[in-house]
Design a protein around this ligand. Structure first.
Ligand code: SF4
Length: 179
């Protein structure tokens, strides 16, 4: 079974030093899943040339349109990140699943990313998807997508069944129960 599934994973969840503040935030269960799959690691922000560390980016609600804004400079990086994600998704081979970082303006596949009504990123309005997460259903409508926080309970188990069928490795099931 090893290597059977091809899974796209946010690089920081696998312990890569890609986060804006240079902290490491690997996810034990995602790292364990990766051992049983072929993995395509991706960090959209590093891939387009942002350094580590770098200023934080956040989502700004420009009258219903979400913009990715760099903290401090107020630079609009939306097109840069969006173009990268579209290119990346267009060029992917057939994949079996995506596991992407929650709460990220660039990655999040769940409505967990904060968005703000001001260009300082201080007045929180709500939470929504990141750019990659928002685009995936257009390119891979049938493919399971999850963030690391949802890899627990029934939701996590359902995802793992889609990925591994009835042969979910025990080490992954154990971590699922500890989440
Ligand atoms: S959440 Fe996405 S953009 Fe942010 S460090 Fe992780 S992989 Fe990179």
């Amino acid at each position: 079974m090893a290597g059977r599934n091809l899974v796209v994973i946010s690089a920081c969840l696998l312990g890569e030093n890609t986060r804006f503040d240079g902290t490491i935030k690997s996810s034990p269960i995602v790292c364990e899943i990766a051992k049983y799959c072929k993995v395509i690691k991706i960090c959209p922000e590093v891939a387009i040339g942002f350094p580590v560390p770098r200023p934080r980016v956040f989502l700004y609600d420009a009258q219903g349109e979400f913009k990715v804004i760099q903290e401090g400079t107020k630079k609009d990086l939306t097109k840069e990140i969006e173009n990268f994600c579209i290119n990346f998704l267009t060029q992917l081979p057939p994949v079996d699943a995506f596991i992407l970082k929650s709460k990220s303006p660039s990655c999040s596949p769940s409505p967990t990313t904060k968005f703000y009504k001001d260009l300082e990123g201080k007045e929180l309005i709500g939470r929504t998807y990141g750019i990659m997460g928002r685009l995936i259903p257009e390119f891979f409508p049938q493919i399971p997508v999850i963030d690391e926080l949802s890899l627990k309970g029934e939701t996590g188990l359902k995802f793992l069944k889609k990925l591994f069928g009835s042969s979910i490795p025990n080490s992954i099931l154990q971590l699922l129960q500890e989440q």
